[in-house]
Write a protein that binds this ligand. Structure first.
Ligand code: URP
Ligand code: ZN
Ligand code: ZN
Length: 459
């Protein structure tokens, strides 16, 4: 089956030009001006932007967490992602303490295989690093799971101590992988949560006040130092604030290197949302939202190449689930929905408002994640030989975000009523039109596991 996309304005991380794209089955086979071929399907993209499908390397689908499960499954989550222009996700799969990495891999494979609409891969969250876990790292890398997550927080549940963290870094380095980290000081956060609770301070605001900037700045610096000591490529997930970015900045000046991800919410929302009694639970996530000055630092960090990826940390919970913490902020399931909104929000707030260029948009929404996580150039760009994961985007169409119209399996939106400039019109996933005219045209189970390569790209 041949598909021809005509006259689109192609934007990649480096290029910006008008041309046609010819797709043979799943793969881009030619790009050029006025391609003279008879294709089975012709899509007119004149006046539209044609960009790589988004890659969201930080999502939590159907994840057991804080006594419940995140409410989007592989089926609903990857479908919603496609509606929002994201064609591939990397989900965090969790080792259960006392269990093997293989058992987590098998469990999540069972959830995703045959149910996902979009393509997916896994990061392995190591919650119990011991000699048996160490011996499994190589098998995971060989299976295409080349990134390993460490939590420096969630004490008593997911947290690794520094001894385990250094062991993990050493082994992952040896096997050619990368360690992603939730970098906040779990001991200090635990202390502050207990202190606030003992003082009867139980509202969502105290979730925010239990995770001050220093908890993130300290752990981000510590992680970078440990990663560099071991020589293991490191990646800080969901970095939110000036203090943490400055800890990284300081180390880059000493020739240390760590990749940094922020998430769309930290660029757009701020901690004033916690001041409205329990309603603030909608944005209870870890780390919490920060201040306006932090947003400015993050936008600048993107343009300074200190922040390479904008993800979502999509971890949705129904309002009913958030109510588990009505009387105690520490019981509110942490996370918020965004998988469907990231691409359009970043374009609207970033490109349309002149904060980032269209090329930078493509870099942080897709290309850099593909490079860092061993999927490039199969994913993350529009080039001959790449998977035809393509978004046809109208930069001039405006619309309003609402839980009434979104496709995520959750009954509120963190961005209710936001006006967005730019709309995902058509999405191709491996050559198939997956989304067109607000309809999903591929069957459940079309999504494939992405077996990722060893980490070799230095960006
Ligand atoms: O609040 C969050 N971030 N929930 C998901 C788990 C994590 O820390 O990424
Ligand atoms: Zn986290
Ligand atoms: Zn997360």
């Amino acid at each position: 089956m041949q598909t021809l996309i005509k006259n689109g304005h192609i934007v990649t991380a480096t290029d910006d030009y008008v041309a046609d794209i010819l797709i043979n089955d799943e793969i881009i086979v030619a790009i050029g001006k006025n391609l003279n071929v008879r294709a089975d399907k012709v899509i007119d993209a004149a006046g539209k932007l044609v960009m790589p499908g988004g890659i969201d390397p930080h999502v939590h689908l159907d994840m057991p967490f804080m006594g419940t499960f995140s409410s989007d499954s592989y089926e609903t989550g990857t479908r919603a992602a496609l509606f929002g222009g994201t064609t591939s996700v990397i989900d965090f799969i969790l080792q259960k303490q006392g269990n093997s990495l293989q058992s987590a891999f098998d469990e999540w494979n069972g959830r995703a295989n045959g149910t996902a609409y979009g393509d997916y891969s896994f990061h392995m969250a190591v919650t119990d690093f011991n000699e048996s876990t160490r011996s499994e790292i190589k098998n995971m890398v060989d299976a295409g799971v080349t990134s390993f997550k460490a939590f420096m927080a969630y004490k008593g549940a997911l947290m690794l101590d520094d001894k385990q963290l250094v062991g993990l870094l050493e082994e992952v380095k040896k096997q050619g992988g990368l360690v992603n980290v939730h970098a906040t000081n779990g001991e200090m956060i635990d202390y502050l949560i207990a202190k606030h609770k003992s003082e009867g301070k139980l509202a969502p605001l105290y979730h925010y006040l239990s995770q001050p900037e220093v908890t993130e700045a300290e752990a981000s610096g510590r992680f970078t130092d440990l990663a560099n000591y071991t020589g293991c490529p490191g990646y800080i997930v969901h970095l939110t604030c000036e203090g943490a970015l400055n800890a990284v900045r300081e180390r880059t000046q000493k020739n240390q290197k760590v990749f940094v991800e922020t998430c769309i919410q930290y660029l757009l929302l701020d901690a004033s949302l916690y001041e409205q009694n329990f309603e603030g639970a909608k944005w209870v996530m870890s780390p919490p939202l920060r201040e306006k000055k932090d947003q400015e630092t993050l936008w600048a960090g993107i343009n300074q190449n200190l922040v390479q990826v904008v993800a979502t940390d999509h971890c949705p919970f129904f309002w009913e689930q958030k109510l588990m913490g009505k009387e105690d902020f520490s019981k509110i399931p942490n996370g918020h929905p965004a998988i469907e909104n990231r691409y359009e929000l970043l374009f609207s707030e970033g490109v349309t408002k002149g904060r980032i260029t269209p090329n930078k948009f493509v870099e942080v929404i897709s290309t850099n994640a593909a490079k860092i996580f061993g999927m490039f150039p199969k994913k993350g760009t529009i080039a001959v030989g790449s998977d035809a994961d393509i978004v046809i985007f109208d930069p001039n169409e405006t619309h309003t975000i609402s839980a009434k119209t979104h496709h995520m399996n959750v009954d509120y939106s963190g961005y209710e009523g936001w006006q967005v400039n730019g709309k995902v019109k058509t999405v191709l996933l491996r050559g198939q039109v997956a989304i067109d005219n607000n309809e999903c045209l591929i069957p459940k189970g079309y999504g494939q596991f992405i077996k990722r390569g060893k980490v070799k790209q230095i960006i």
